[in-house]
Design a protein around this ligand. Sequence first.
Ligand SMILES: Cc1cc2nc3c(=O)[nH]c(=O)nc-3n(C[C@H](O)[C@H](O)[C@H](O)COP(=O)(O)OP(=O)(O)OC[C@H]3O[C@@H](n4cnc5c(N)ncnc54)[C@H](O)[C@@H]3O)c2cc1C
Length: 414
Amino acid sequence: MPGTKTLVIVGASYAGVQLAATARELGFEEPITILGDERHLPYQRPPLSKGLLTGKTTVDQLQLRGPDFFTQNRIDLQLGQRAAAVDAGARTVTLADGRTLDYGWLALTTGARCRPFTVPGAELDGVVELRTLDDALRVADAAGRTKRACVIGGGFIGLEVASALRTRGVEVTVVEAQPHLLTRSFPPIMSAYVENAHRRRGIELLTGRGVRALHGTHGQVYAVELTDGHRVDCDLVVLGVGVLPNVELAQAARLAVDNGIVVDAFGRTSAPRVLSAGDVASMALAPVPGGPARVRLESIQAANDGARAAASVVVGREQPNTAVPWFWSDQFDLKFQMAGLPVHGDEVVTRGDIASDKFSLFYLRDGVLVGAHSVNKPAEHMQSRKLIAARARPTAAQLADTSFDLKTVPTATP
Ligand SMILES: Cc1cc2nc3c(=O)[nH]c(=O)nc-3n(C[C@H](O)[C@H](O)[C@H](O)COP(=O)(O)OP(=O)(O)OC[C@H]3O[C@@H](n4cnc5c(N)ncnc54)[C@H](O)[C@@H]3O)c2cc1C
């Protein structure tokens, strides 16, 4: 068995960088190596579909940590390096360039990639996906030259791109195969609100139909043909059809994988001394009434909290990840904030006037607050996170009454 105590982290983004930072904060003194297959210093992804497209955020503002952070913390950040194989028995990682690294601890924080889009014409110029900084620069560049764009997929990324492009004066059509937007994470009342909000702000929404083909001339896209025969003329197509977790390394190393690398609440995989966190990990959850046993969350918060738990294992002071999931999305002038697992509620309570674009929806399950959606109500979002963590039992009448102070709901567990 190799004697190295090096922590090797595969994936240089939120989860990988947070894991390294927390390991150092907790006193881990051994070498840390991060392998990242992208060539940029680790950067923030949320602005890629928001500020970077509207021009409010520059590339220089995206760095996750300055270059000094890595040297000061003795983190050997190797960019442009792809891990090609893991041998969990021999405790080695083989890189695409043929080098082999021994590890004492290994963390797989390989994230996710865009789901392939396979309809005819998907290879045309002007058809772009959006996951990386390079992708975003391509979209931003094309946006400056386009008058009409079609966004395929009405999920968070698609809707953020649509609103950013519209804000820049581009005519935008969003095509969504499901009958309503965001059906995976939003109940009908919230989907209806989002659809209305986008239409009112000038987005054309075509729901309940898929894409049959993309048409081009001289290699450049000019139209999207839908399954009902309708044609959307455009010279830019942005794909927002979801992501797939990068599980191939783990699968080949025979780790348990089930829609993500299976981890416990500490980020431990099925192999000894191999951890995982972030978009690639399918995490065990603290029990929520009616909720699932595990979930793969695609959010900054989940990546950071999962990474902190994994780092606690590396230093032998295990702290499970029990954080309440939360997420945000910026679309036009609307800040959406989500907490907990709203889809597991059996009662929805509205607080505030939906038409005013300032309201919250609270989700109760057997009287326990399990989730909340807020639009332009950051204080209510913050309070709902505390109440969900405490398994608080506010009444529906209290939640609906805007004059009732949510801070007065008891949070101590009896
Ligand atoms: C456009 C966009 C907007 C978003 N907006 C929001 C938002 O508003 N709020 C929010 O909470 N979340 C948002 N997200 C989601 C958020 O960015 C992800 O949850 C987060 O990036 C997950 O971090 P991660 O470290 O797990 O994985 P990733 O960020 O996917 O990073 C994984 C890294 O590992 C690298 N890698 C993979 N395989 C290998 C290998 N074999 N060898 C070496 N390197 C490898 C990948 O190239 C990548 O750089 C957004 C994402 C995108 C793309």
